[in-house]
Write a protein that binds this ligand. Structure first.
Ligand code: NAP
Length: 481
């Protein structure tokens, strides 16, 4: 099945940090794939910018190398690649310096969409925004894209918002959370709001609890030193997991317009209760032969968590009484991300004691193998009487929509949304601040107690305390497959 691709307007896209890891691994390959699919019009321009002095020719060669490295060979088509590279240009600019800006300004054309992707450290956002504005390189219609981490606490997030707001309006700012660009995450919204089936059950009366898991098999590896200043709460919960929670818990917006969606997500964050004592578990993987957080972080006394699990309460009429359990960690058993909505038991069983009832669960898999399954009870086939069995109504998107369906990477989708001027899948400034406002006191509390994370075996499902968190409530974590 061939996906329908709607071309976007002509654009000038400037990528600051174009020689960096993210640009090489995600942004440039994503742009090439959209070009190959016919979504990028002739006459679009992609301008790389970074401090390194190099010619446009040398930059094009480095882009070709990156595509070769990060795309599958079946993605590369020699003719298309040559045409793509012909759109690519380069200008050497130090975000904090004065050189290069005029040359960049001269490359910008009238009558096309201007977008500036800041794939650089957040400390440079303000400098770049200021220069783009003051030198007239970014007009009122220009779009500015910023990467995570958007702050490390409420104060720094506010400072970043203010630095951008000095030169750009909120409707020009695209704060990326790439989880929102994932196909399944958007499908979660389709399932909720394009079907009558689930919405009547989507509340505390029928939902027993919700689990959100983001499990990684990798450790902190070469990013250990950076990660040690962050930890799972800042790196995963404040942004990605909080966004997933919002999409599950939000009220139906009146439309799919950016502010309608974001208003509803914001209400969820504001409805989160402060974390209660005993409803948080932090862990650190501790193994042999260097497979150890303290070794990899280079900080033998580190108190930073590589795993976190917690129980959240959304205090509103819809969700009062339904806990949301979140867990995420590195060096776990498998790489798996999913949201699972577990429904309550039917009020009465007509099938007798011998039939063991199993919960109805709607599981939304984000990775790997994006898809959904719904576990329902059926009668076991055969003459053995009325014996019940739970089975999965399974839908792997790749299977359901054709095995050759090429699900676009989240970044591809999001970059095209920037060009379309659609902010629905981007975070608004007040959402980010509200998330930090919830997270800050939690971190402050564990820092004040000087808590040490609980050790866990690399390759396990996390620390014992995380199991107990659910066990106390008579529940179990879903298996990390
Ligand atoms: P990186 O590999 O360190 O690349 C940084 C880029 O910024 C390089 O192109 C560097 O080139 C350029 N740069 C540094 N200082 C500059 C300056 N003063 N003026 C202009 N350009 C400058 O970093 P990255 O991993 O690509 O990450 C970029 C941003 O995305 C960061 O905010 C990061 O947190 C975020 N992010 C990254 C990932 C990822 O997977 N990598 C994922 C999510 C978010 P020169 O040295 O030539 O200037």
């Amino acid at each position: 099945m061939v996906a329908r691709v709607i071309p976007v307007e002509r654009f000038d896209l400037v990528i600051f940090g174009a020689t960096g890891d993210l640009a090489r691994r995600k942004i440039l390959p994503g742009l090439y794939r959209r070009w190959k699919e016919g979504q990028i019009p002739e006459g679009a321009a992609i301008v790389g910018a970074a401090r390194s002095e190099m010619t446009a020719e040398a930059f094009r060669a480095s882009v070709a190398t990156a595509l070769d490295e990060f795309l599958s060979p079946r993605d590369i088509d020699a003719d298309k690649l040559a045409d793509f590279l012909a759109m690519v240009d380069y200008v050497a600019i130090d975000a904090r310096g004065e050189g290069g800006w005029q040359a960049l300004g001269e490359k910008m054309r009238e009558g096309v969409v201007r977008a500036f992707y800041l794939s650089v450290a957040p400390a440079l956002f303000g400098d770049i925004a200021q220069r783009l504005h003051e030198r007239g390189i970014a007009d009122r219609a220009a779009r500015i894209v910023v990467e995570k981490p958007f702050g490390t606490d409420l104060a720094s997030a506010r400072a970043l918002n203010a630095a951008l707001a000095d030169h750009f309006h909120e409707d020009q700012i695209y704060r990326i959370d790439h989880y929102l660009g994932k196909e399944t995450v958007q499908n979660l919204m389709a399932v909720r709001f394009a079907n009558i089936l689930f919405e009547p059950l989507w509340n505390a009366q029928f939902v027993d609890h919700v689990q959100i898991t983001v499990a990684e098999t990798v450790g902190v590896g070469g990013r250990g030193e950076y990660y040690d200043h962050s930890g799972a709460m800042r790196d995963m919960v404040q942004n990605h997991m909080m966004q997933l929670l919002c999409l599950i818990a939000m009220e139906p917006p009146h439309s799919f317009e950016p502010d309608a969606m974001r208003d509803e997500k914001l209400k969820v964050i504001r409805a989160l209760d402060p974390l209660r004592p005993g409803e948080l578990v932090r862990g650190q993987y501790r193994g042999r032969d260097g497979d150890d957080y303290l070794v990899q972080s280079g900080n033998p006394d580190s108190r930073t968590e590589s795993f976190i699990a917690m129980k959240l309460h959304v205090s509103n009429w819809r969700w009062k009484g339904t806990p949301f359990y979140l867990r995420t960690g590195k060096r776990l058993k498998s790489r798996a991300s999913e949201i699972a909505i577990t429904f309550k038991e039917p009020p009465h069983s007509i099938f007798g004691e011998s039939n063991q009832w199993r919960e109805n669960v709607l599981a939304i898999r984000l990775q790997p193998d994006e898809g959904m399954d719904l576990r329902v009870m059926i009668k076991e086939p055969g003459p053995g009487g009325m014996r019940l069995k739970d089975v999965a109504l399974d839908m792997s998107f790749a299977e359901a929509l054709g095995n050759d369906l090429d699900i676009p990477d989240a970044y591809e989708r999001l970059i095209m949304d920037v060009i379309r001027g659609n902010q629905t899948l981007f975070m608004r400034g007040d959402e980010v601040e509200a998330a930090w406002a919830w997270v800050d006191p939690v971190i402050a509390a564990w820092e004040a107690r000087d808590d040490r994370p609980e050790p866990y075996e690399p390759g396990s499902t996390g620390p014992e305390g995380a199991l107990m968190l659910l066990h106390r409530d008579g529940r179990r974590w879903r298996e990390i497959r």
